[in-house]
Design a protein around this ligand. Structure first.
Ligand code: AMP
Length: 414
C-alpha cells in the first residue's frame, strides 16, 4: 500500500515524501479513504500510530478541492486537543503536510497571552487547532464564530475526559453547525466515550488499530523489584549505561518528577522536568533541550507527557508504575516505539506497586521479564552520591515509611 493508492493529491504525496514516510501506517490506510469520502469517523488509536496524519492529510485535500476565501474569525476546520503540547504539534503537522499548499492555520491554548491569538484569528484562518478552555474563552469574548465550520476533529478524547474537559467539549459541540464532517479519535473506548461519540457523529465509520499488541510487541520490557528507598540509586545505576541516550522517565506526581530531575542534575546528568505546574515557556524550553540532545533525560508526569511527539526516545523508565491507571503503562512505553522503532522500557516496582504490575501484565497479556539487580539499601546509598544523599541512618527507616504513606495519600487524591 502506498500513499498514492489512498487517493491523495500530488501536493500531499510530495509532503509525505519530504517527511520521509515510505508507506501509510495502519490507521492512515484505514481512515484516509473514508475521510476523503466525507464520512464521519471514530478512530481508536493512540499517539505514535500516525493518527495525526490520518486526519490532517484528508482534511487538507478536502479543503483544497473546494477552495473558499478565509472568513475573519470563522475557521473551516477546528481541531480540539487536550494539551498545549499536542495542540502545538497538530498545528505543526498541518504546516508540514500542507507545505506545498496555500492555506492559513493557527493554534490557540491557555497559559500565554491571547493578544497574538486573537489577531491571527481575526485575520481569518482555514484551520484552527485549540485546547478547549482557551477556545471557549475566545468564543465567549466573540473572537470565534463556528458558524462556517466544515470539519471538526476531537483528538485524544479519552485524555480530554480524564482531564475534566467534558463540559467544555459539550459546550463547544453545541455551537457547531449541523452540516459538518466530524472525526473522533481516542486511544480507548468506554461507555462515556461512546456516548459522547453518539452526540457528535453521524453514521460514523469505525477504524481501530490495536495499540496494546503493536506497541507491546516492539518494546523490550523489564521490571526491577526495588525498595522505595532504592529507586533513586537504581535509576542512577541504569543511567550509567551509555546506550540510554534519550530517556523519558515517568514519575507519579509533579513533586516526584521535580525531585527526580534534581537528583539527576545533582549527579551530573542533564535532565529536565515537565509537568502541569510548569509555565508554557518552561515546558517549551524543557522540550527543546531534550529534543536537541542538551538534556539526556526528560522526567514527566503522565498528563504532561501526553501527546509529546519525540521520535528518538531510546528508553522509557517508569520510576513509578501508574498505580490506579494501568492503561498509562501502554501509552508510556509506546513513546519508545514510535513509527516502528524499537525501544526498551524499565519499570521500578516497589512492594506497594506489585498489584499494579499484576494488572498491567494482565492488560498486556504477557509477563514482563524480571531484571535481577544487586541493590541493597547500603549499596544504594553509596551509589546515590552527595547530591541526593538520604537523611542520616538512624532516622531513615521511620522517615521513609512516613514519606511513603504521604506519597500514597497524595497520589490517590490527585
Ligand atoms: P502520531 O501518532 O500522529 O503522533 O505520529 C507518530 C509519529 O509517526 C510522528 O512522529 C509522525 O511524524 C510519524 N509518522 C506518521 N505517519 C508516518 C508514516 N506513514 N511513516 C512513518 N512515520 C510516520
Amino acid at each position: 500500500m502506498t500513499f498514492a493508492n489512498l487517493g491523495l493529491m500530488p501536493q500531499l504525496l510530495q509532503a509525505v515524501a519530504k517527511e520521509g514516510y515510505a508507506t501509510p501506517t495502519p490507521i492512515q490506510e484505514q481512515a484516509i479513504p473514508h475521510v476523503l469520502q466525507g464520512k464521519d469517523l471514530i478512530g481508536i488509536a493512540q499517539t505514535g500510530t500516525g493518527k495525526t496524519a490520518a486526519f490532517v492529510l484528508p482534511i487538507l485535500q478536502l479543503m483544497s478541492r473546494s477552495p473558499r476565501r478565509v472568513i475573519p474569525n470563522s475557521p473551516r476546520t477546528l481541531v480540539l486537543a487536550p494539551t498545549r503540547e499536542l495542540a502545538a504539534q497538530i498545528d505543526e503537522s498541518f504546516a508540514a503536510y500542507g507545505s506545498f499548499m496555500k492555506f492559513w492555520h493557527t493554534v490557540v491554548f491557555g497559559g500565554v497571552s491571547q493578544v497574538a491569538q486573537v489577531r491571527e484569528i481575526s485575520r481569518g484562518v482555514d484551520v484552527l487547532v485549540a485546547t478547549p478552555g482557551r477556545l471557549l474563552d475566545l468564543m465567549n469574548q466573540g473572537h470565534i464564530n463556528l458558524g462556517h465550520l466544515e470539519f471538526f476533529v476531537l483528538d485524544e478524547v479519552d485524555r480530554m475526559l480524564d482531564m475534566g474537559f467534558i463540559v467544555d467539549v459539550k459546550r463547544i459541540i453545541s455551537k457547531l453547525p449541523t452540516h459538518r464532517q466530524s472525526l473522533f479519535f481516542s486511544a480507548t473506548m468506554s461507555p462515556r466515550i461512546s456516548e459522547l461519540a453518539k452526540t457528535l457523529l453521524r453514521n460514523p465509520v469505525r477504524v481501530e488499530v490495536a495499540p496494546q499488541a503493536t506497541t507491546v510487541r516492539l518494546v523490550k520490557q523489564k521490571v526491577l523489584f526495588v525498595d522505595e528507598g532504592n529507586k533513586n540509586a537504581i535509576l542512577l545505576k541504569l543511567l550509567r549505561h551509555e546506550d540510554l541516550k534519550c530517556v523519558l522517565v515517568f514519575a507519579r506526581t509533579k513533586r516526584r518528577a521535580n525531585n527526580v530531575a534534581k537528583l539527576l542534575t545533582g549527579a551530573g546528568i542533564q535532565a529536565e522536568a515537565i509537568h502541569g505546574n510548569k509555565s508554557q515557556g518552561q515546558r517549551t524550553r524543557a522540550l527543546d533541550n531534550f529534543k536537541s540532545g542538551h538534556a539526556r533525560v526528560l522526567v514527566a508526569t503522565d498528563i504532561a507527557a501526553r501527546g509529546i511527539d519525540i521520535d528518538d526516545i531510546s528508553h522509557v523508565i517508569n520510576y513509578d508504575l501508574p498505580v490506579g491507571q494501568i492503561e498509562y503503562y501502554v501509552h508510556r512505553i509506546g513513546r519508545t516505539a514510535r513509527a516502528g522503532a524499537k525501544g526498551t522500557a524499565y519499570s521500578l516496582c516497589a512492594s506497594y506497586e506489585r498489584d499494579a504490575l499484576r494488572e498491567i501484565e494482565s492488560l498486556i497479556r504477557m509477563k514482563i521479564e524480571v531484571m535481577p539487580h544487586s541493590f541493597h539499601s547500603d549499596k544504594a546509598r553509596d551509589a546515590v552520591g552527595a547530591a541526593a544523599r538520604p537523611p542520616p541512618k538512624q532516622h531513615r527507616g521511620q522517615r521513609r515509611s512516613d514519606i511513603n504513606r504521604q506519597r500514597r495519600g497524595r497520589f490517590q487524591s490527585r
